[in-house]
Design a protein around this ligand. Structure first.
Ligand code: TYD
Length: 213
């Protein structure tokens, strides 16, 4: 019995903490859980990640971004995600193909249909069973991420440098995608207390697991 859950959300929405809490919760219930993140999660993926997030790569084209994120995705899907699902495990992934649609599509304006085609190649059609979207106002999200960076908790990457209008388009994109596929998406107001958010996520995950068992 496998389950593939992805987490999306703008900068500073608290995805990482929620993934860790959910992993601990599921492991206590004897599920085999693999938590990973994009871009990264494989040797090649981490090398691609370094190119993508390097603040010095200011001249990177949106098309290059889309292809590099997708290349890293192909590696992680093939080498990490599919094998764990095939063993009947649960995969929790920090970002997935919806990030490419949101950032490179809605954010940078690349054609969505083209991005769907590239994504189909990278993922061989693997879609999440559930996508948790932690929704937060753009200014508040950036403020949180900057604060975490100043406290030494996270890096400040090349995509964080984009202007607020870019991040607003990304958020709109996420909300549109979520509205189109309500069964797959769980949209949560990320300004709620951590524990309250985790309760909502667990309830939806439990419901998905119940259907599959
Ligand atoms: P990361 O440091 O993992 O940040 P976060 O905590 O926000 O997840 O950086 C990932 C960045 O890459 C983030 O700004 C979103 C962006 N991104 C894309 O633009 N397209 C993609 O397909 C993916 C996976 C991420």
């Amino acid at each position: 019995m496998s389950l593939f859950v992805t987490f999306e959300g703008p900068e500073g929405s608290g995805k990482t903490t929620q993934i860790e809490l959910l992993r601990d919760y599921l492991e206590e219930r004897d599920y085999s859980v693999l938590a990973t993140r994009e871009p990264g999660g494989t040797i090649i993926g981490n090398q691609i990640r370094a190119i993508l997030l390097d603040p010095q790569n200011t001249d990177m084209l949106p098309a290059s971004e889309a292809l590099l994120f997708s290349a890293a995705r192909a590696q992680i899907v093939h080498q990490v995600i599919r094998p764990h699902l095939a063993r009947g495990g649960i995969v929790l992934c920090d970002r997935y193909a919806d990030s490419t649609l949101a950032y490179q599509g809605y954010g940078h304006g690349l054609g969505l249909e083209m991005l769907h085609t590239i994504t189909a190649l990278a993922t061989a059609g693997l879609k999440p069973d559930l996508t948790v979207y932690l929704d937060i106002d753009v200014e508040e999200g950036l403020r949180r991420k900057l604060a975490a960076h100043e406290a030494g908790q996270t890096e400040w990457n090349r995509l964080d440098q984009q202007e607020a209008a870019f991040h607003r388009r990304v958020r709109e994109g996420y909300l549109q995608m979520a509205a189109r596929e309500p069964d797959r998406w769980l949209v949560i107001d990320a300004t709620q207390p951590l524990e309250a958010i985790q309760v909502l996520i667990r309830a939806r995950v439990e419901a998905k697991l119940a259907i599959r068992e």
